[in-house]
Ligand binder design. Structure first.
Ligand SMILES: Nc1nc2c(ncn2[C@@H]2O[C@H](COP(=O)(O)OP(=O)(O)O)[C@@H](O)[C@H]2O)c(=O)[nH]1
Ligand SMILES: [Mg+2]
Length: 183
């Protein structure tokens, strides 16, 4: 019997970085094709299910009922950000220009560091030939993806990210149980 894991995963980054495109692909929504740009209004929540195996030594199998929050990069929705990061298990940072790196550091600060998420609960998806040079983002795993050229690589990267989120969640569950037992 596999455990059911219900992660809330945020996709954040600058406008037109490809967040919605990547989110659609990950969730296997039909609109993952290029074309006219439709800025996301506030947030779009995509729900899907998949199966995986824990990234830790337990290799426990799980079923994930994922809530993928494709967040707008527009600062006009800043007042909604606390609702975005509330209870999130992981963050996918997306960007594709070197000049956007500073903005990405700010997203990292707010959505990862300040929310006490570990670096392993964050992943950077870059498109194009930008390679992160930021000290701050040093500990975060970075994957350069090109969904059109190599969709499998992006899928594998997401699945292994999900497996590490599961391992992390599982360890917090065990800590909580220990807390109950020792209380
Ligand atoms: N063909 C193609 N188009 C892309 C890709 N990534 C983004 N786009 C297009 O670039 C534009 C901006 O992407 P979008 O995901 O909406 O950016 P967001 O503002 O970060 O959500 C849209 O028109 C997308 O269809 C890609 O890998 N291939
Ligand atoms: Mg969008």
């Amino acid at each position: 019997m596999s455990v059911v894991f219900k992660p809330k995963i945020l996709v954040v980054g600058p406008c037109e970085a490809g967040k919605s495109y990547i989110s659609n692909f990950i969730a296997e929504a039909t609109e993952s094709r290029g074309g006219e740009y439709h800025p996301t209004q506030g947030v779009r929540i995509l729900e899907f299910e998949c199966y995986g195996e824990s990234a830790d030594e337990t290799k426990k199998s799980f079923k994930a009922e994922v809530e993928l929050w494709d967040c707008s990069g527009n600062r006009k929705y800043e007042s909604c950000w606390p609702a975005f990061w509330h209870g999130s298990n992981g963050v996918i940072l997306v960007y594709r220009k070197r000049s956007e790196e500073q903005a990405v550091e700010q997203w990292y600060d707010l959505f990862v560091a300040r929310q006490h998420l570990k670096d392993s609960q964050c992943i950077i998806f870059t498109q194009g030939d930008v390679s992160p040079s930021s000290q701050k983002l040093n500990g975060v795993h970075n994957v350069s993806i090109n969904i059109e050229k190599d969709p499998e690589e992006a899928r594998v990267a997401f699945n292994s990210f999900l497996a590490s989120l599961f391992a992390n969640w599982q360890s917090t569950q065990i800590d909580e149980e220990d807390g109950i037992i020792s209380a």
